[in-house]
Design a protein around this ligand. Structure first.
Ligand code: PLP
Length: 378
């Protein structure tokens, strides 16, 4: 699997992505929108999208218009929703290539109307209600006005209201009281829309956590992201077991050498050898996606043994103290993978570093580490 000249690699198992989507699909009557923003959470947007579609996803979700254009440019004709855009961006172009747009304000609606005129066809829009996340979405008091304006744009032929949607704040904490409160707010928003004559084809709310734990939030469509890539937003071991992590991050030892006892290692000498040891140099650093916070904390597997990053993670490299174990140049170091062979997982890294698995995999997305795809879905 190693190319002769590669010193580090992100391996993406597209069969895992396909299998995860199949699993999600088989647990809901709703359609599945695979969220492939942020370069497919670091896994590669287009390849991940294709694998997700082959697993039964019928929609793709992205943040930016550029991400949506990337899908269209790759020849993917699937419905796509883009939800993080600014009036002034190429909205007409998005409408022209059938990208659905989230609309959360009157100014966004005005931009969509102008874009529809430019494109010469109606924009496909999803009206977003803020039910308690206090991030995107129209606040409840502004909702009737937004719906009314959207209804008018629809009557005028500038827009087609495809969806009404919202997003959860705490779905990763099952039983959190905000989930029910947000659901109730969503029901109210749908009632208001209906009263104003706007009835969407699709109502959607559920991210991965809600998709996995709350069937009553699925409505017509679910929007899983992290679960598509095989990682769980919840601690629940049963959920983890049902998913298959798709990403493996690994490198090859660039140099191995003996150092004496009491030797400081890496910048700042925050690690000092307790005895004479072999140290191995791993050619991955914070510029490649390894969090600097993993200094003296990040777990790795090397020749079947588990070790911890020794000293600071540098921009391009870090060091592992293997004691008296045999290590040679070119040996494989696995930072994280699915865990099949006892290697650490993205969850282990997240726990070690004090973050979430999302951040661990996403960081490896846009760096110089070569990405290779594996699996029949490739
Ligand atoms: C990122 C995102 C999702 C997917 O969230 P996960 O927790 O990764 O499943 C769904 N909806 C919106 C609006 C998002 O921004």
């Amino acid at each position: 699997m190693w190319q002769a000249d590669a010193q580090s690699q992100v391996v993406v198992d597209l069969d895992a992505i396909r299998a995860n989507v199949r699993t999600l699909r088989s647990n809901t009557p709703a359609e599945v929108m695979a969220v492939v923003k942020a370069d497919g959470y670091g896994h590669g947007m287009v390849a991940s999208a294709r694998a997700a579609l082959s697993g039964g996803a019928t929609w793709l979700g992205v943040c930016t218009l550029d991400e949506a254009f990337g899908l269209r440019d790759a020849g993917l004709a699937t419905p796509v929703l883009a939800w993080l855009w600014l009036p002034g961006q190429p909205v007409g172009r998005a409408i022209g290539c059938d990208v659905d747009l989230s609309v959360a304000s009157l100014s966004q609606l005005a931009a969509v109307t102008a874009g529809a005129r430019e494109a010469g066809r109606a924009a496909r829009i999803h009206l977003k209600i803020d039910t308690g996340l206090s991030r995107s979405g129209a606040a409840a008091p502004e909702w009737p006005q937004l719906v009314e304006a959207a209804g008018k744009a629809q009557a005028d032929g500038y827009a087609e209201v495809i969806g009404v949607w919202s997003h959860f704040a705490c779905a990763d904490a099952p039983g959190h009281e905000t989930v029910d409160r947000q659901l109730a707010g969503f029901a109210d928003a749908l009632d208001v829309a209906k009263r104003l004559g706007v009835e969407p084809q699709l109502r959607h709310m559920a991210n991965s956590a809600a998709t996995l734990t709350r069937p009553d939030t699925h409505f017509d469509l679910v929007r899983p992201g992290i679960a598509v890539y095989g990682l769980s937003p919840l601690d629940d071991p049963a959920v983890r077991a049902a998913l298959r992590p798709a990403m493996t991050a690994r490198a090859r030892v660039l140099l191995a050498k003996r150092v004496p006892a009491g030797q400081g290692v890496s910048y700042g000498h925050t690690y000092v050898t307790q005895r004479a040891s072999t140290v191995a140099l791993v050619p991955l650093g914070y510029a490649d996606g390894v969090p600097r916070h993993a200094s003296n904390l990040g777990p790795v597997q090397l020749n079947g043994g588990r070790y911890t990053v020794a000293g600071r993670v540098c921009m391009d490299q870090f060091v592992v103290d293997v004691g008296d174990a045999e290590v040679a140049e070119g040996d494989e170091v696995v930072l994280f993978g699915p865990g099949d062979d006892g290697e650490p997982t993205a969850d282990d890294w997240a726990e070690a570093v004090g973050t979430i698995n999302y951040e661990i995999v996403t960081r490896f997305g846009s760096t110089r580490v070569p990405r290779i795809y594996r699996g029949d879905a490739a």
